[in-house]
Design a protein around this ligand. Structure first.
Ligand code: NAI
Length: 737
């Protein structure tokens, strides 16, 4: 089954109106349309599955019907998968197992019915939607950019549960099934056609008629279905020989699955079992065939549905979905965003060019300004390379790429700003420069133009001091690299006009970001919680723990990279600078160990100047290796097993968790939800733990308090529990209701 990737409201029981309608055409084709009137998207619910089966059975039993076409009545989506509210409401594994068996049985009826069924796929066919299309005799997809096909269950800690994995493997091979299942990535229609996962790709205008003709041909020529199956296998990306060597013999399969298992573990560190279950299932399919694997699938699905990991990932999905609809304003606050069509970006550096790229891609006119032609040229080149990459990978057409690039222009002066709706400044991190830039642009833009700063550490209120309209100044804190990182942190000051805040949020959403709004303060939210975490890693180093040990402990705990690798990536100089800002604001608990001052003198900036905690450049070995000379610079000698891995994880993680609680207590965060989404998407807090604040609820406030007190006793005031935690423990409260 599975996956509604957008919101779906309310459980799906007691529906008064029908979801499935059948039109019997004079040519003998029954067109069955799925259109759930209660939801923006079709999702698989017991009601939809029941009605669909009844409609298909009626068509099969009707002598005047020769073939069936299945389509969606929704504008831009076919079937988004299982209704996640329904999945989340399942309490017992046995219920999940039964639900999965039932849906698989119903889909099987399509695959083995007496008449051909053609899926006409326009819009997203994800999870159960894709599985449904795969179960049909054939599938015709539109070439529309909205049409995507995939099995994203793994992203929610689940597995496909209606035999879709095995149908992909039958057609395109085990390797493709492993890839689609364990990454959850989706395919554009042409890629699906090349893999034999759909049978034709057609324009929307003639799509339905093509599907109808396809269905009639299948009905009229009994051999056509067989020749289709042959054609699909031939279309698979793997050449026949390769497939025979690797997949059709036990030794080849053993090697294939050993590699897939190692890759899954390497990525998940055992924290996300769904990927491993997918490998297990496909191994069974390879060894014992469709039915043996299909027999096991519902049980595996059921165990995952009731697991903590899936619950946390689904909570995160709901939180992100809620944020998509959120205006970003405080409860009860009302203000309309200004329309945004034109954006100007000041600074064509690393961040500015990234912001320009996501803006142009979102259909906005973009002006990028820097101080000289060379810098502007570099920025334009960067955007061009990004857009070219997307076109190459098929996630945009050449035409879309050209149109996006045509919307972008560069300048070394302030011409063309008069019409800008939003200005995002991404010049050097220097308050005087930011002030000068704000004064310059304010004189040239309309009164309603929102001026946003991408500063990583300067409080927005300080930046706004130079503005004559401080109410139009907000922070838009993007993460690097901008085109990849999903989060945008919008920062509002006490003076910010709610319309400016709403505009920044709306712009971020257009750019494809998940947007949280936080209140202004030193280092805002995400950077602020990162500082004590990185500092704690530094303290551990001074106690003799090695760089490898600290990084490995945190990766094992679930972070995507360890703290030292992260410092290298973001820039040690930037980290030290932000550390100084937070220490000035919050005092000694944010202080970096003295020894680390030596890094600046040694010009260690991290990856960007190839001088960091790890080795870079041509001298670096293939395996990521620590640059041992950094210990000399710090005057530290690492000792094996100086600190146990669980202690490392406890200290670093709780340093971040405690700061997150402080931010919530200080009113920086509007909600625990925003704090969790921000930490997961912005700084890599393990998603399966639900975020730092969910983690507090899961462990219990009293237990978190006990652990922090014990760390405070051993290591001092930097672990002093956040006042909010103390208060909650006393009152027996939780962060989430
Ligand atoms: P960068 O050094 O790559 O780019 C800064 C650009 O601003 C340069 O091209 C420079 O020529 C240009 N510039 C300087 N004065 C200017 C002016 N008067 N008008 C127009 N352009 C001017 O720096 P980067 O990394 O892009 O950072 C920019 C801002 O983004 C900083 O405030 C930084 O703190 C912030 N930031 C950086 C992140 C990162 O990971 N690099 C992450 C989040 C925020």
């Amino acid at each position: 089954m599975m996956l509604d990737q957008t919101a779906s409201s309310g459980p799906a029981s007691a529906r008064p109106v029908s979801i499935v309608k059948t039109e019997r055409r004079p040519d003998g084709v029954a067109v069955i349309t799925l259109d759930d009137p209660a939801e923006p998207l079709n999702t698989i619910t017991p009601a939809l599955a029941g009605e669909l089966t009844a409609a298909v059975d009626a068509a099969f039993g009707d002598a005047s019907v020769r073939a069936v076409v299945l389509r969606s009545g929704k504008k831009d989506s076919f079937l988004a998968g299982a209704n996640i509210d329904f999945v989340r409401s399942i309490r017992f594994a046995q219920d999940a197992e039964e639900a999965s068996r039932e849906v698989a049985r119903r889909f099987e009826r399509l695959a083995t019915g007496p008449k051909p069924v053609v899926a006409y796929v326009h819009g997203s066919a994800l999870g159960g939607g894709f599985e449904l299309a795969l179960a049909c005799t054939a599938a015709v997809a539109t070439d529309d950019p909205k049409t995507t096909l995939g099995l994203p269950e793994v992203k929610l800690g689940l597995i496909p549960a209606a035999n879709g994995l095995f149908r992909v493997a039958e057609r395109a091979g085990l390797r493709v099934a492993l890839d689609l299942g364990t990454t959850g990535r989706s395919l554009r229609p042409k890629a699906a056609l090349r893999l034999g996962l759909v049978d034709d790709v057609v324009p929307v205008t003639s799509g339905l008629e093509t599907a109808v003709r396809f269905a009639l041909r299948l009905a009229d020529e009994p051999g056509h279905a067989r020749s289709l199956a042959k054609k699909r296998r031939r279309r698979g990306v793997m050449k026949q020989l390769e497939r025979a060597l690797l997949e059709d013999n036990p030794l080849g399969r053993l090697a294939l699955f050993r590699k897939a298992r190692a890759e899954a573990l390497n990525k998940t560190h055992g924290h996300y079992p769904a990927a491993e279950r997918i490998v297990d299932l496909l191994a069974r399919f390879g060894a014992r065939g469709f039915h043996a694997a299909a027999e096991l699938e519902p049980r595996m699905f059921a165990d995952l549905v009731v697991s903590e990991t899936a619950h946390r990932l689904i909570d995160l999905f709901f939180a992100q979905t809620a944020l998509k609809k959120d205006s970003g304003l405080a409860p009860g606050e009302r203000a309309a965003a200004f329309p945004v069509e034109r954006v100007a970006v000041l600074g064509a550096g690393f961040m500015g060019a990234g912001i320009a790229a996501v803006s142009a891609r979102a259909g906005l006119e973009v002006r990028m300004k820097d101080t000289d032609d060379a810098a502007v040229g570099r920025g334009l080149r960067y955007v061009k390379d990004l857009l070219d990459g997307r076109a190459r990978r098929g996630s945009m057409t050449a035409l879309e790429r050209d149109a996006a690039f045509a919307r972008l222009s560069g300048a070394i002066d302030y011409t063309g700003l008069r019409n800008a709706d939003v200005i995002v400044e991404a010049v050097f991190e220097d308050l005087a420069l930011k002030h000068a830039v704000i004064r310059d642009v304010e004189a040239r833009v309309r009164d309603t133009c929102v001026i946003a700063s991408n500063t990583s550490s300067i409080p927005i209120a300080r930046i706004a001091e130079a503005a004559s309209r401080p109410e139009m100044v907000v922070g838009m804190h993007y993460f690097s690299p901008v085109h990849k990182m999903p989060l945008l942190e919008v920062i509002r000051t006490k003076a910010s006009d709610p319309r400016a805040v709403a505009t920044a949020v709306a712009l971020g959403k257009k750019q494809g970001k998940t947007v949280i709004v936080v209140n202004d303060g030193p280092a805002f939210y995400t950077t602020r919680i990162l500082v004590p975490y990185l500092n704690e890693a530094a303290h551990l180093l001074t106690e003799g723990a090695s760089i490898e040990a600290v990084d490995a402990a945190m990766v094992d705990w679930g972070f995507p990279v360890g703290p030292f690798q992260l410092m290298d990536e973001v820039g040690i100089d930037l980290g030290v600078h932000v550390g100084e800002v937070t220490e000035a604001a919050f005092g000694a608990r944010m202080r970096l160990p003295e020894a680390f001052a030596a890094l600046r003198a040694d010009d260690r900036k991290g990856k960007k100047n190839a001088r960091g905690f790890y080795l870079y450049g041509s001298a670096a070995p293939r395996k990521k290796s620590v640059d041992a000379t950094v210990y000399d610079v710090l005057r530290i000698a690492p000792k094996p097993n100086a600190v146990a891995a669980d202690q490392i994880a406890l200290r670093c993680a709780l340093a971040m968790v405690n700061e997150s609680l402080r931010c919530h207590g200080d009113g920086v965060l509007g909600s625990a939800r925003d704090g969790d989404v921000g930490a997961i998407l912005g700084v890599g807090f393990p998603a399966f733990r639900g975020g730092p604040l969910r983690y507090v609820d899961a462990l219990g406030t009293t237990e978190v308090l006990r652990r922090l007190r014990s760390l405070e006793q051993s290591f001092g005031a930097r672990f002093e529990p956040a006042p909010l935690l103390v208060e909650m423990a006393r009152a027996g409260k939780r962060l989430y209701g």
